[in-house]
Design a protein around this ligand. Structure first.
Ligand SMILES: C[S@@+](CC[C@H](N)C(=O)[O-])C[C@H]1O[C@@H](n2cnc3c(N)ncnc32)[C@H](O)[C@@H]1O
Length: 219
């Protein structure tokens, strides 16, 4: 497992699907709709790390944000995001960069009002996940907001039953990286730089799957 494998996986996903411009704010999951409403209220600049095809940034634009930066490892994801912003009426500015956490180092401090980390922080090896949280807290202004959405925590029974490989410690290989830590661990990791304003469960009925959502403000 390395980032080339991850990139190839997502390139294939984004190259094989059609990205449609969202025409309305709702994505049909009330918890996420309300979280995006909260994130975008009063925000102009939003950074989405692991932005994929840019749809979430487009949903922010529909909520009134003006400046959008997306970073993703997948060139096919970034091309889809660029097309989306070119096609979306009144989407505002969109800047999209191919790359990983190293892309964050050159971004100015206190430059963004909000950040989105959806199904990305726990899909990185621990050293990169910790660096991501550190950099987001630097780039987003103090008092600015962030949404962190995590995959479900897997029990030892699930890991064995689904034949998921262990790379090292709690870093698993389920086809992608999965840093499998419980919610209490994530609260501790966030505590030095973020205040947790709210935690919520996001239920994806289509996949019968729950994600863990944190509404954060930068300290
Ligand atoms: C589960 S998808 C989530 C996409 C998007 N955030 C969403 O919620 O629709 C994970 C995304 O993270 C990207 N990704 C994975 N590892 C990455 C890394 N190290 N740096 C940047 N992007 C990465 C993938 O290319 C993919 O677009």
């Amino acid at each position: 497992m390395n980032y080339e494998t991850v990139k190839a996986y997502w390139d294939e996903v984004f190259a094989s699907e059609e990205t449609r411009v969202p025409l309305e704010k709702s994505i049909g999951i009330e918890t996420l709709d309300l979280a995006l409403d909260w994130l975008c209220e009063g925000a102009e600049g939003v950074l989405d790390f692991g932005c994929g095809n840019g749809v979430t940034l487009c949903l922010c634009a529909l909520r009134g944000t003006k400046r959008h930066v997306g970073i993703d490892l997948s060139p096919a994801g970034i091309s889809a995001a660029e097309r989306l912003f070119a096609e979306a009426p009144g989407a505002g500015a969109g800047e999209f960069l191919v790359g990983g956490v190293e892309r964050l180092a050159n971004m100015p401090a206190n430059d963004m009002d909000a950040a989105i980390l959806f199904n990305i922080a726990d899909n990185l090896p621990p050293v990169d996940a910790a660096y991501l949280l550190e950099q987001i807290a630097r780039i987003v202004k103090p008092g600015g907001k962030a949404l962190l959405k995590l995959n479900p925590y897997l029990t030892a029974v699930q890991i064995a039953a689904w034949d998921i490989k262990t790379l090292e410690g709690d870093l698993l290989d389920d086809g992608l990286y999965l840093w499998n830590k419980d919610t209490a661990f994530w609260r501790g990791l966030l505590a030095p730089r973020y205040a947790i304003e709210k935690e919520a469960d996001v239920y994806y009925a289509a996949h019968d799957q729950h994600n863990r959502l944190f509404l954060l403000t930068v300290k």
